[in-house]
Each structure stands twice: as C-alpha cells, then as structure tokens.
Design a protein around this ligand. Structure first.
Ligand SMILES: Cc1cc2nc3c(=O)[nH]c(=O)nc-3n(C[C@H](O)[C@H](O)[C@H](O)COP(=O)(O)OP(=O)(O)OC[C@H]3O[C@@H](n4cnc5c(N)ncnc54)[C@H](O)[C@@H]3O)c2cc1C
Length: 465
C-alpha cells in the first residue's frame, strides 16, 4: 500500500507547489496526536483546493493501490487521523462557505473549515450551528462529521449527525457523491449520507456539507453548582431539566479533574468559595423573550432549600460565563501531564452515571491502589470522560487492564466504549469485544463494497477482511 515514486510525481503534477509538501518541518505537527501518544509517518502531504482535485488524487491512489489517511484539524483522540506510511490528505485549503441561506436555515461549507469558522458564518446571518466543543478552533467540519462529534450541547441539539442535511463525498474509486441538498425531507431511498457520518474517513473523503442552522440565542444563563455526590448531581440534572426552561448543557467535574486543571493550566480560578466533591456546570438558553434567569434562580434556591446542593453561583457577566466555561474546557489539558494514564470515552444510561462512577473508583483502586480518578464530561448525555491516572510518582501502571475493566463495567450497564470520539486506531481491538457480530459483519460488508482494496484510512475503525 506504499506510494511509488511514479505516483508521488503524478500527485505533485496534479496539485502543484501550493498543493503538496514533502518538507519534514511542515509535515511534523500533523504526525503527532494531541496527547502525544501516537507519532506517524508519511511520504507526502496532499493539500488539494477543489473537490475535483481530491477526486483525481483519490483516483490516482486507487489505481496505484496506495492508501490515504484524511486529516482535518488533528484533534481526534483515537489516532484515526495519524498516518503510518499512507498519503496524508489535508483539506486545509478547502474552507469556503459555498452558500448561506437564513431563509432556508442552511449553509453549505467546505470540509476543511473549522467549526469556529462555521459559527462565525452563521452568526453573520443571525443564526448558529449549535455544536460546541473545546477543540472548535481547530476541529474541522470534515473531521466533526467523520467522528460524529458531540460536545457540550448534545442533550438539547444532538450530535453532529443532527446538524447535517447533505454531503459531498469523494468515494474510494474517485467518483464524487453529490448529495448536498439542504432538504428537511427527502425520502428517495437509502439516506446515503448517513453512512459517511461517523465513518472516520474509511468510506470516502467528505469535501463539503450542507448544515442546518438554528435560531440565535437571545438569553443565556450559566451557573456552577457544588455537589456532595454524583447522586446529588443526577437529582439536580432532573430538577434542572424538568423545573426550569432551556437546559442545554450539564457538565460534571469531579474534584480531581478541577484540581489538576487549576494546578496545570495557568489563569484558572476555583469557581465557588468551597471545593466540593463534584461541581456541575449548567447552561440554559432561550431564543425569545427574557425572564430566563429568574426561573433558574428559583430552581437553584429550591434545590438549596431541599439540601440537594452545597453552593451555587450564576454568572452575571459574559466574562464570568467565559471563566466558568474556561475551567470546564481546560480539564483535558489539566491532566495531559505525560504521566501513565488510561483515558476513556464511555457512555452509560444517564441514570447509571453515579453507579458507574462509584464502581469505576472501586475497580481502579483494586487494579492500581492509589490511582487518581479524573472524571468529567457530559453528564446530561451519560458521557463520562474517565481518566484513571497512575498513583503519583508511579512508573508501573496496568493501563490495558484498566481500560478493559472500565469498558466491561460500562458495557455491563448497557453502555458504550465510545460515546463521541470514535474507534480510530486506538479502540479497534476493543470494538471487536463488544460490537454485535452481525453489526460487525455488516460494517465489513459496507467497507468491502465501497473500498474493496482497502485504501481509505486502512488502519482505522474496520478493515475489509
Ligand atoms: C481539547 C479537546 C476537546 C475535545 N472535546 C470533544 C468533545 O467535547 N466532543 C467530541 O465529540 N470530541 C471532542 N474532541 C475530539 C475531536 O475534537 C473531535 O473528534 C473532532 O471531531 C475531530 O475533528 P478534526 O477536524 O480535528 O479531525 P481529525 O482529528 O483530523 O480526524 C478525525 C477522524 O476523521 C477523519 N477525517 C478528518 N477529516 C475528514 C474528511 N474530510 N473526510 C473523511 N474523513 C475525515 C480522520 O481520518 C480521522 O479518522 C476534543 C478534542 C480535544 C483535543
């Protein structure tokens, strides 16, 4: 599957000097995964500017039997974007907004644009793309769709899949699937775009997407709440969901996750006067009349009177809102310390989150006494980013055993081993332990039908055989 000199020459001619690089200094940052756990290699970085160039590039690679790894913003956390000798395909020069229609509440945007760029374009016509995640300044539309990314507003607006109306995709033989219609209803057979959402670049290269636009938010309330336990967090989640309007984010952070962020990320502040075992960050939104804050204040006061919460603070300025969110968004960076650790992206039914957290704590201690549990995530979706860190100063750490045990725990509660980051290279083996055999076989059939020679991101998610 390696690229011949003849193929590289043809690609150089096709893409021109602006459209490719073999300079190790240019390529180097694209070969290292965000956490520094994977380092890749590639003979050639391709940077096409148009869908036609992508199509010709893929056709040439297919004819030569050379494999391709698509890469967006390189923020993926399961290493699916890191090549191991494949041609590295970046859409960084394809980031145009092709169409923007507030009357149809839709936009067509090229796959190399970042989520932040899509937000700015939508805000320009008083709309929004309601997907938010800490990596939005770098993560691209193509990467977000290929991983079916989630983020902090999933409980109200759904994952990336829910934002996609149509797609343009270059297939593994170089044909272009043009399904960019911005329709809400289109029952004309298989909804082919769905196959590419969450496919991690294994079925084709997404070159553009038609996205849904949502109404702009007119009022927003952000609050942080101190809690004695995960059970109290679950009770508050239901109170906030059913007794107040517009809950759009419910993020849970354990003490260890906040402590590590405060220690390792400059400029953060403890959000409450106390340091409770758990802190929840709640966001409420409304697109219409005011009066949102009064309802939330009343709901939190009631929770305090009932003894369900320890403390609470509502942001009264944009700066305070940003500070609350900055803490939450810095948690991943806070434990990127280079120490041995096992990172998880687990989903369990929301009702099971406290039980899962308690069991995870117990099992992690049994496998590695003194292990530190960094637990945070999108509790409103039952999605916990659990990191088990080696005891302070320890060199030995049973990482594989911890990963497998946490996955077993989640699966035993009806959960998933990957809520929003995908499978990539990192979780391929674990996928085969948990995915239903028929579903696995169907995934392979699909892969073989579209990519019989296995040239599209061959090491991620699923192979032909
Ligand atoms: C600090 C931080 C916070 C994060 N928070 C969240 C979060 O809250 N929720 C969440 O879901 N994720 C989160 N992530 C993970 C990451 O941002 C998402 O997975 C994102 O969707 C990846 O986008 P990307 O453009 O960086 O893609 P990459 O990392 O470059 O690629 C990811 C996968 O998509 C494929 N791909 C990329 N572009 C294309 C394309 N055009 N066509 C076909 N395949 C393609 C790649 O081959 C790879 O398999 C976070 C990451 C970081 C670093």
């Amino acid at each position: 599957m390696t690229a011949s000199t003849a193929l590289l020459k043809s690609l150089e001619t096709l893409l021109g000097p602006e459209g490719h690089s073999t300079d190790p200094d240019v390529i180097a940052p694209k070969l290292v995964e965000w956490r520094g756990r994977y380092r890749g290699t590639t003979p050639f970085l391709a940077k096409p500017r148009t869908t036609q160039e992508v199509a010709q590039l893929v056709r040439l690679c297919a004819q030569a039997g050379a494999a391709i790894t698509p890469q967006g913003g390189n923020t993926g956390l399961v290493a699916g974007q890191i090549p191991d000798g494949e041609i590295l395909l970046s859409l960084e020069r394809m980031r145009a907004v092709r169409a923007l229609s507030p009357l149809n509440d839709s936009m067509v945007i090229e796959a190399g644009a970042t989520l932040h760029e899509a937000h700015v374009a939508a805000e320009g016509v008083n709309r929004r793309v309601p997907l938010s995640l800490a990596s939005q300044g770098s993560a691209t539309i193509g990467g977000l769709i290929s991983t079916n990314a989630g983020g902090v507003h999933v409980m109200r607006h759904g994952m990336m899949r829910e934002q996609v109306l149509g797609l343009e995709v270059v297939l593994p033989d170089g044909r272009v699937l043009c399904a960019l219609d911005a329709l809400r209803k289109n029952n004309t057979g298989y909804d082919l775009k769905q196959m590419f959402i969450g496919a991690e670049g294994t079925l084709g290269v997404i070159t553009a997407a038609a996205l849904k636009l949502s109404p702009a938010v007119t009022s927003r309330v952000v609050a942080v709440v101190g809690l004695a336990s995960a059970d109290a967090a679950l009770a508050l989640f239901h109170r906030a969901r059913h007794r107040a309007d517009g809950l759009c984010a419910f993020e849970l952070m354990n003490r260890q996750s906040i402590a590590m962020a405060l220690k390792n990320v400059p400029g953060l502040r403890e959000p409450l006067a106390i340091a409770p075992p758990f802190t929840a960050l709640l966001e409420f939104e409304r697109c219409g009349s005011n009066g949102l804050e009064e309802g939330i204040e009343a709901m939190l006061a009631e929770a305090m009177d009932d003894g369900d919460i320890l403390d609470a603070a509502i942001a009264h300025s944009k700066a305070q809102e940003d500070a609350f969110w900055k803490l939450r968004e810095s948690l991943s960076a806070g434990h990127r310390t280079g120490e041995p650790q096992a990172n998880h992206d687990i989903a369990v039914p929301v009702s099971e989150t406290p039980t899962f957290l308690e069991a995870a704590q117990r099992e992690a201690q049994a496998l590695s006494p003194g292990a530190r549990i960094v637990a945070f995530g999108h509790m409103g979706d039952g999605n916990i980013h659990l990191t088990v860190m080696a005891p302070e100063g320890a060199i030995e750490f049973p990482r594989e055993a911890v990963l497998r045990r946490m996955h077993d725990l989640a699966a035993g509660m009806g959960g998933s081993i990957s809520a929003e980051h995908g499978i990539g290279v990192e979780r391929r083996e674990e996928l085969t332990r948990f995915k239903d055999a028929t579903a696995m076989a169907m995934m392979r059939t699909l892969k073989a039908a579209l990519d019989p020679h296995g040239i599209m991101n061959p090491r991620a998610l699923v192979s032909v055989e």
